[in-house]
Design a protein around this ligand. Structure first.
Ligand code: FES
Length: 189
């Protein structure tokens, strides 16, 4: 009778040990499956995440060239002439259109240049003064020659030239913003 009791205890012990190891194996396999699923899911989602974030990850501001006018319009230029250009600005998925004033000038060699009207001192719009034959900023009195070189006033540099190109007889300009209050021209956007 005692031997039977011992046998049954031994069997119960074996059965519970077997049950435990089975449970351990099951939970190990479950954990392995979970880790595998997370890994594969992560790998598959990388292209989707990159696609969704593309507008944020690429350059935040992209400016396209704008037309200033036909080259023939400026063939007999004797003083700076102002034009308003439309700027298409792309920030991620967002597209914005704004207007900016620029000046077209001609140097002694007959080469056309386009100047931004934004004062390099503190950003006021600089008007052309025909009588004085110079640009005169109304805010703090900076003055510039017809080709934008600094004459006097608080600005530490001349007016900023913009990148130009010619396509189908049209003069194109790429508008940019430059750092103010510094002597060197530095693009900020
Ligand atoms: S903003 Fe033009 S001189 Fe100050």
């Amino acid at each position: 009778m005692c031997a039977c009791a011992g046998d049954s205890e031994g069997m119960i012990g074996k059965a519970s040990a077997h049950g435990l190891s089975l449970e351990n194996r099951r939970s190990f396999l479950g954990a392995l499956l979970g880790v595998g699923s997370v890994f594969v899911g992560g790998l598959l989602s990388v292209p989707l995440i990159r696609f969704a974030l593309f507008p944020l990850l690429r350059r935040t501001t992209e400016l396209k060239s704008s037309s200033v006018g036909a080259l023939t319009e400026f063939s007999s230029l004797t003083e700076p002439v102002m034009r308003t250009i439309q700027i298409e600005q792309i920030d991620g998925w967002r597209k914005a259109i704004s207007e900016k004033a620029v000046y077209i000038t001609k140097d002694p060699q007959g080469q056309l240049h386009v100047l931004t009207s934004v004062c390099p001192h503190l950003g006021c719009t600089v008007p052309w003064n025909k009588e004085k034959n110079q640009f005169m900023c109304p805010c703090h009195g900076a003055t510039f020659t017809p080709d934008g070189a600094r004459i006097s006033g608080p600005s530490q540099r001349g007016m900023d030239t913009l990148e130009t190109s010619v396509r189908d007889g049209q003069l194109l300009v790429r508008f940019q913003y430059f750092r103010q209050l510094v002597s060197d021209k530095e693009v900020i956007g």
